[in-house]
Design a protein around this ligand. Sequence first.
Ligand SMILES: *[C@@H]1O[C@H](CO)[C@@H](O)[C@H](O)[C@H]1NC(C)=O
Ligand SMILES: *[C@@H]1O[C@H](CO)[C@@H](O)[C@H](O)[C@H]1NC(C)=O
Length: 209
Amino acid sequence: MALTVKQQLFLAILVLAVPFSAISGDPDIISDFVVPPGTNATLLDGNFFTYTGMRPLVDSDPPTNFTVTKATMAEFPALNGQSVSYAVLQYPAGSVNPPHTHPRATELLFLTYGTLEVGFVDTTNKLFTQSLQAGDIFVFPKGLVHYQFNSAENDFAIAVSAFGSAAAGTVSVPSTVLGTGIDDVVLAKSFKTDVDTIQKLKAGFPHMA
Ligand SMILES: *[C@@H]1O[C@H](CO)[C@@H](O)[C@H](O)[C@H]1NC(C)=O
Ligand SMILES: *[C@@H]1O[C@H](CO)[C@@H](O)[C@H](O)[C@H]1NC(C)=O
């Protein structure tokens, strides 16, 4: 069957686009930075490129549960188009950051205080784990399921994570699977268990939608 010119073009675009979308981060911008709509660019100054939302962390007491403080383009609009963002992660003794993925970014975690058990699972279901000490850096490859656990009994841990996207996104495995209203029967079959067990698990994840 002969393809029309239009169909051939479409195919060529597909073939070209797939490898590029697989290797790129955020879309490239064709300006130095992105001025938010409605902003008079001549009035921009250094304040636009400064995020002060982490200041309260500096002198505050450690939180009593696992806490993430983000500086993504949602909190810090100057990151739009720059393909980077940060999160500060605070782990009280015994706390966990449950298994999750960042669909749009690699995560580079720098442990600045305490110790941390980390792990990720690749697409062949191989688990990679490490015990980090302060000063260590660990990379979670883009899109893979990963977790962190502060197993210390008495001490908290603090990490700073960099992301290769201004909007890395987070998909938490427990709340995505159990807190979004997926049918009990579907989950029971998927987890090779019964509906009662699924309902017990769901009780910890009130349906948010
Ligand atoms: C932007 O701000 C400058 C300096 O105050 C002013 O001269 C200019 O008219 C403004 N432009 C618009 C479109 O408001
Ligand atoms: C986590 O701790 C903060 C204060 O440290 C508190 O405001 C918040 O309600 C806690 N969240 C949960 C789920 O316990």
